[in-house]
Write a new protein. Structure first.
Length: 115
């Protein structure tokens, strides 16, 4: 859960909200074939709920700024660096516009190339 204060008081947003927001931004990015499980628990979760958007996304807060870790699959033949750059810009813009919070860093791991 991410919490911050504004003129109206404390605002809290759940991890599920951020995961969904980020996953939707990633999936519309250039060359992205989908999200990849980021850990063993994510991998198990994908068997139970294949539509889970939380897999492959981890959002943490440090000093009021967000650090986003992504695990993605890219489409075969796409320039991986271009896909990562596109995803990074899209996610940063989407999160900052939707939440008003600043993104400190986005770490993108390309875990698979899908043909």
């Amino acid at each position: 859960m991410v919490s911050f204060y504004n003129t109206f008081g404390e605002v809290s947003m759940t991890g599920e909200y951020f995961s969904e927001l980020v996953a939707r931004a990633v999936q519309t990015g250039f060359g992205v074939a989908g999200m990849a499980p980021g850990s063993v628990s994510d991998n198990l979760l994908s068997f139970v709920s294949p539509e889970s958007h939380e897999k492959g996304v981890r959002v943490t807060e440090v000093d009021g700024k967000l650090i986003i870790d992504l695990h993605i699959k890219v489409t075969y033949g796409v320039n991986i660096a271009a896909a990562v750059k596109s995803v990074t810009h899209k996610v940063r813009y989407t999160v900052e516009e939707a939440t008003g919070l600043l993104v400190r860093r986005i770490n993108v791991s390309v875990d698979d190339v899908v043909g």
